[in-house]
Write a protein that binds this ligand. Structure first.
Ligand code: C5P
Length: 400
């Protein structure tokens, strides 16, 4: 998954440049945003218009273009991406990269970047095997440049051997692999609950609450983009499924508990759902009718506490269990009590008083309460809370 990843694709000259069009499609299918730089040689094989149409963005070609520089300076262009991919990479651009030559937009961007670079070489077999190219490649590899291909096969020039550009699908897979392996939560399983629960009164009525699910969904998205395999157990919400997340939809607290237990083992579990504390003890099997006996009297019974159940000591307990405390007063004090009562590792306490506008709003003010003390986070968007939490989780699991 390349969701929210920005790729700067540099297309240099060579017959294989036509495959860069396919590569743009493959990268975008995986969720990446792709911006292209086309060298003068590259533009002999593909047009800026076709690259622009497929990438859905402007194509940059000229180092000294006033319009290009005014819209996006070449330094900015080189730093705005999460990864630079040179495909196809000619012998010439590999040589320029090796020697730090910067005489056009592509080579200048490659010299100015502070991001990692992946190259997919494509050239005639003799050029590939030449000591000059092989020395350049060794230097680039030693500098940490990622290399994919070339493949062996028939070449456009009629020769046979290594020098063919890797298939666009394989290059896109290598890009995904790059992000996966450099992701801090790669190899971890995260479980997140989100949204409200619906507790049935009868087949058509239920008890619910005001939770929108935005914070929990944002956390699941942030964990997935940090590389965790993420399971989101969600009550009914109007939100779309976060990309790259396994979503299990449930309605009641009982269903949520069962889905969470089924999702174990997990390394980290975050309970952001607003689970109903009570349910109707005996939900009616048929729709309740208005009749002369007056309104029905409903006996309530307590719901299972999902967080407390999964945080209790057991072999299946995730090593990091995080709960939320939605409070309207004495936010931190209540969170401390909850931390102990539910035996979780962290509580994210937030103020849900009407004045704070947290429910259904975009922002949240969090206090992270743990055995180590209280961290007060500034007011920030729910997406920022999610990213910060994912980074804190990676830090905590990293020291396991
Ligand atoms: O006790 P309280 O509902 O305030 O605790 C909030 C925390 O406990 C949240 O993390 C919530 O998701 C979790 N919780 C739960 N199951 C319940 C009630 C709350 O997982 N039945």
């Amino acid at each position: 998954m390349l969701h929210e990843k920005r790729i700067l694709l540099i297309v240099s000259g060579g017959i294989a440049a036509y495959k860069s069009l396919e590569l743009v499609r493959r990268l975008r299918e995986r969720g990446a945003a792709v911006r292209c730089v086309l060298t003068r040689g590259g533009s002999q094989f593909v047009t800026p218009l076709s690259l622009s149409a497929l990438s859905g963005d402007k194509v940059y070609t000229d180092l000294f273009s006033l319009t290009d520089e005014a819209e996006m300076g070449h330094i900015q262009l080189s730093r705005d991406a999460d990864l630079l991919v040179v495909a196809p990479a000619t012998a010439d651009i590999l040589a320029k990269m090796t020697h730090g030559q910067a005489d056009d937009l592509a080579s200048t961007v490659l010299l100015a970047t502070d991001k990692e670079v992946m190259v997919a070489p494509a050239m005639n077999v003799r050029m590939w095997e030449h000591a000059a190219t092989q020395n350049n490649l060794a230097t680039l590899l030693a500098r940490g440049v990622h290399v994919i291909g070339p493949e062996e096969g028939d070449m456009a020039c009629g020769e046979y051997g290594p020098g063919r550009l890797s298939e666009p699908d394989d290059i896109a897979a290598a890009v995904s692999e790059f992000f996966q392996s450099s992701s801090p939560l790669s190899g971890r399983h995260a479980l997140v609950t989100s949204g409200p629960t619906h507790e049935p009164i009868d087949p058509v009525r239920y008890i619910a609450n005001r939770s929108s699910g935005r914070q929990g969904h944002a956390i699941a998205a942030a964990l997935a983009s940090s590389g965790a395999k993420t399971t989101l157990v969600s009550g009914p919400t109007n939100l779309s499924d976060p990309p790259g997340v396994d979503v299990v939809r449930v309605e009641s607290a009982h269903e949520m508990l069962a889905a969470c237990e089924a999702a174990l083992p997990a390394d980290v579990a975050i309970f952001a759902a607003a689970v109903a504390d009570w349910r109707v003890a005996q939900a009616a099997e048929e729709k309740l009718k208005k009749n002369s006996a007056g309104p029905p009297v409903m006996e309530m019974t307590e719901n299972p506490d999902i967080l407390a159940t999964l945080a209790a000591p057991s072999n299946a307990r995730p090593s990091l269990v995080i709960g939320f405390a939605a409070e309207t007063e004495k936010v931190v004090a209540h969170a401390r009590t909850k931390l102990e009562r539910k035996s979780c590792d962290w509580i994210l306490a937030n103020d849900v008083s009407a004045a704070a506008g947290t429910f259904d709003g975009n922002d949240n003010t969090i206090h992270l309460v743990s055995a180590d003390g209280v961290e007060d986070w500034p007011r920030m968007s729910k997406a920022e809370v999610a990213n910060r939490l994912a980074a804190r989780i990676a830090e905590a699991l990293g020291t396991d």
